[in-house]
Write a protein that binds this ligand. Sequence first.
Ligand code: PEP
Length: 251
Amino acid sequence: MRKKIIAGNWKMNKTVEEAVELANAIKLDLAECKEVDVVLCPPFTAIKAVSDVVSETLINVGSQNMSSEDEGAYTGEISHTMLKELFVRYVILGHSERREYYKETDFWINKKVKKALEKNLRPIVCVGEKLEDREGGNTEAVVEVQVREGLKDIPAAAYTELVIAYEPVWAIGTGKTATSAQAQEVHAFIRGIVKDMVGAEAADAVRIQYGGSMKPDNAPELLSQPDIDGGLIGGAALDAASFFGIVKAGM
Ligand code: PEP
């Protein structure tokens, strides 16, 4: 039985003061949550403050990106050491906004996934098709390349640590959610690719989140699908009551 994982991606939102307020509000409901793994991913500038707020709780802290390099002349980048120093456990890698606006490729995402695993950080590896891919009947082809390239040469044993997030790009921040049947179909497809790459045991163990306008009202149906093991939440993660509503649906 895979434990559900709900992660809030706060994106480029929240000053330190606002982040502390949100983390405190989430902590009121979820400090002792054992049924679901809860992860908060604030912007880099608020990670330390959020880590301090949740330090004595079961809530995890994640980052929204991480460099593939250890240290050195990489202006604007953040290393695994810097993140671990702030008690970060999870790192979102290859989010569609990074692929689209910052031209991150599967090659670099794969380097980051390997670095994260080597340093005992848990990658949340995002994949998903654009609207034109879906409309052109290319969803599976696009997602398959992202999974095979992004997770290239990752050993079977690592699949208990890493998380895959299936996020159809057309559903992110648009209010359009994939139907539970559409999402389940792609999740099962991804699990099948993992099985082909590294075997049935790893495929059965890996957690696959859905992301794309998940809200408290659509979460119960999405999270009841056999291959949907949680959610990566954008907009609804910025409101403590909505985020709690989604986590509750996963309990
Ligand atoms: C996301 O950006 O990962 C996301 C799923 O956003 P939203 O929930 O706002 O669609």
